[in-house]
Design a binder for this molecule. Structure first.
Ligand SMILES: *Cc1c(COP(=O)(O)O)cnc(C)c1O
Length: 443
């Protein structure tokens, strides 16, 4: 079956020859970024003109391909709002931060964010094909003068070589697919030379902003670095075109599994029905919805934020209502660097010692009878348990379940609760609260 999706080109580009239009270099060098550039394509509002003429604005640049998807007569067009700034963008808001995810604090070397035990985020460029107004990394992205240096790449690679717990490297930025192909290939080669790196991932919006960049040559190059996974970034069904579907098909034929990371944005996709159409169109292209993010508390993004409950409402409207693998996980990326936290509706209503009460998406309430006799899994005879390796300090709540720790407490807890007692006890303070008889899993 040949998939049919719409394809659009703004009238002023009608005379551009096909070979130019389909050349990603032409798209990059004809990007729109000023009141004058937009004039002939999209009549700008006062708010947009004001923003475009203001100082210190986060970089604006839009490929002619992506600009063509905007309905010029609609000031609230969902694509327009993602890439053309409005005056609200320059208004500060409560909770706003420059680096809301504290990525810089988690960086052992510039551009490498090591937040989770077994994987890292590697920022490989500051450049994108177009710039999203709600960019979570606007503090580093977009500056045409500042990019990562050869020396910084060397430091990133050195860190990875000496950090064997990293088995998954996620290339992002900026957008890795805007890099010179030779530079990207060299980077991938150097990563593949590190034996403990099992998988490489690329996070990119290039297929959405500039699908013509996904050439056969690029796919032939990427294919050499399997297992390679890719996440794209589509927020609204209007971004799904024949060009995007063809680019995804090429990547998939090169064996690259595709996921989608969307951001929940006020006035753009904060609607169950838009989201349902989005995920259904994505899976028609064989792109699996991966995450739906709550908008970060980042400078310039205040007017895009929704209540967190909007995300829960959207998941409520997807789970059960459409294909299970079309449902993304809704994520709040914790301000202050706590990382990604999934949030979802509650499906468990109650429980007893042998029964749970659950509800489905229709409100049907059921009971699941649990076994009265369950022979517990024995970690002492399981080879996987015996060879497990939790990252010290990052065992988390799982560490509590496995008996590595008895509690997790806030910083300053002991000092606050030290009322001077305890000296009369016989046992040393650090042993007093250990359970007598049941210890941690023996190793
Ligand atoms: C999102 C992210 C990852 C990858 O998270 P997954 O849940 O594995 O997709 C890794 N490192 C950082 C710093 C991230 O923000």
């Amino acid at each position: 079956m040949v998939l049919q999706f719409p394809s659009k080109r703004a009238a002023i580009y009608n005379d551009i020859p096909e070979d130019k239009w389909n050349d990603w270099r032409w798209q990059l060098s004809h990007r729109l970024n000023s009141v004058d550039d937009f004039g002939p394509i999209i009549p700008l509002t006062d708010s947009e003109c004001k923003a475009l003429n203001s100082q210190g604005l986060f970089r604006v640049d839009i490929t002619p391909y992506f600009a063509s998807l905007i309905n010029p007569d609609d000031p609230d067009d969902p694509i327009r709002r993602q890439v053309i700034p409005r005056a609200e963008e320059i208004v500060p808001f409560t909770g706003m931060m420059e680096d809301s995810l504290a990525e810089d604090r988690h960086s052992p070397v510039p551009g490498l964010v090591h937040r989770y035990p077994d994987r890292v985020l590697m920022l490989v460029t500051t450049q994108c094909a177009s710039y999203c107004r709600y960019c979570t990394r606007s503090r580093i992205v977009g500056d045409p003068m500042a990019n990562f240096s050869r020396n910084e790449f060397d430091m990133q690679i050195e860190y990875l070589k000496k950090t064997p717990q990293v088995r998954d490297v996620l290339l992002s930025g900026g957008d890795p697919l805007t890099m010179a192909p030779k530079v990207l290939e060299e980077l991938l080669t150097r990563l593949r030379d590190i034996p403990h790196i099992e998988i490489i991932r690329i996070g990119t919006r290039v297929p959405v902003f500039m699908p013509m960049r996904i050439t056969d040559e690029l796919c032939d190059m990427l294919e050499k670095f399997h297992p390679l996974w890719m996440n794209i970034h589509v927020n609204h069904p209007n971004e799904i075109t024949q060009e995007l579907a063809d680019a995804c098909d090429k990547l998939l034929r090169a064996g690259i599994p595709l996921g989608n990371q969307a951001v929940l944005l006020a006035g753009i996709n904060d609607c169950v029905h838009i989201q349902r159409k989005l995920v259904q169109d994505l899976i028609r292209m064989r792109v699996r919805p991966y995450y739906l993010y709550q908008c970060d508390l980042v400078d310039g993004a205040g007017h895009f934020r929704t209540p967190v409950a909007k995300g829960i409402e959207i998941i409520e409207g997807l789970r059960g209502h459409t294909s299970g693998f079309a449902v993304p996980t809704f994520i709040v990326d914790a301000p202050g660097g706590g990382g990604k936290i999934p949030v979802m509706p509650n499906y468990q209503i109650s429980a007893s010692d042998h029964k749970v009460v659950l509800r489905n998406y229709e409100g049907f309430i059921t009971t699941y009878e649990e076994p009265l006799e369950y022979k517990a899994h024995d970690p002492n005879t399981c080879s996987f348990c015996l060879s497990k390796r939790l990252e010290p300090g990052q065992e988390g709540v799982m560490g509590l379940l496995e008996g590595e720790d008895l509690f997790i407490k806030p910083v300053g807890f002991d000092e606050l609760h030290d009322r001077g007692g305890g000296m009369h006890r016989l046992r040393a303070d650090q042993d007093k609260w250990k359970p007598l008889g049941i210890g941690p899993v023996s190793k």
